[in-house]
Write a protein that binds this ligand. Structure first.
Ligand code: CA
Length: 236
């Protein structure tokens, strides 16, 4: 999976550049539009995952554009507004804004909300792709896709934190295949890998601990030196 693409719709160059910097630092790909026509054009030519839109734009304002956008795309949308009294409009018009922030916004807050929205959409897509599957079973163990529990052969259940569950799910969906750190980190967190990022290795170590604590379980996640990891469990 490639890095998520975020489209910023904002006519003020300074704010647009600030937003671009914030999202690029998080590893997202940033696309830009200054007004509605450009926005539609960018959306037609790219696979955008999230739209961040200012309400005050030249020509059609953000509220009108959101309504147009909804006619052909069901994308998560975050509004930016300069005035508190616009918040009522955003909420009242029911144009399907998923979130909003008032300017001046806090960069950290913005990235958290963007990440949550992207994650929600990703999880939804995965559920739809699973075709009703609720479990993966391998070597006596079970991964419950609804509760995110890992269940050992004796029936003891361990609730996996989000990143561990997402890594296990990805392994079970791709048994025997090499998974690079880049792929795993993207699956786990939606982020791109940067040098010195040990998230993947730390997460794998935690997952392995479950299996290592259980005598009789063979190696489930093998290290492929210099490349990544491979799931060696036998999926039933
Ligand atoms: Ca503006």
């Amino acid at each position: 999976m490639a890095a998520p693409q975020i489209l910023i719709v904002e006519d003020e160059a300074v704010t647009r550049n600030t937003l671009k910097g914030i999202f690029e630092a998080e590893g997202y790909v940033v696309l830009e539009a200054e007004e509605g026509e450009q926005m539609h054009r960018v959306l037609k030519n790219n696979s955008v995952d999230l739209v961040v839109m200012d309400i005050n734009l030249p020509g059609k304002n953000g509220l009108l554009l959101a309504r147009e956008l909804r006619e052909y795309a069901n994308l998560p949308l975050i509004f930016l507004t300069g005035r508190d009294n616009e918040v009522d409009k955003i909420l009242g018009l029911e144009i399907g804004a998923d979130d909003y922030l008032t300017k001046p916004f806090n960069p950290r807050e913005l990235t958290i909300r963007a990440r949550n929205l992207l994650h929600r959409v990703m999880v939804q897509h995965e559920k739809e792709n699973r075709n009703g599957r609720e479990f993966y079973r391998f070597n006596g163990w079970t991964l419950n896709l609804n509760s995110h529990n890992l269940i050992n052969p004796e029936g003891e259940e361990f609730k996996l934190p989000r990143s561990e569950f997402r890594a296990m799910l990805h392994f079970c969906e791709n048994p025997g295949k090499l998974q690079t750190r880049e792929e795993l980190l993207m699956k786990m967190t939606g982020r791109e890998l940067k040098p010195q990022d040990r998230t993947v290795d730390v997460t794998i170590r935690r997952i392995r601990k479950h299996f290592e604590d259980h005598p009789g379980t063979p190696e489930i996640i093998a290290t492929v030196h210099g490349e990544g990891y491979r799931f060696c469990g036998e999926i039933e």
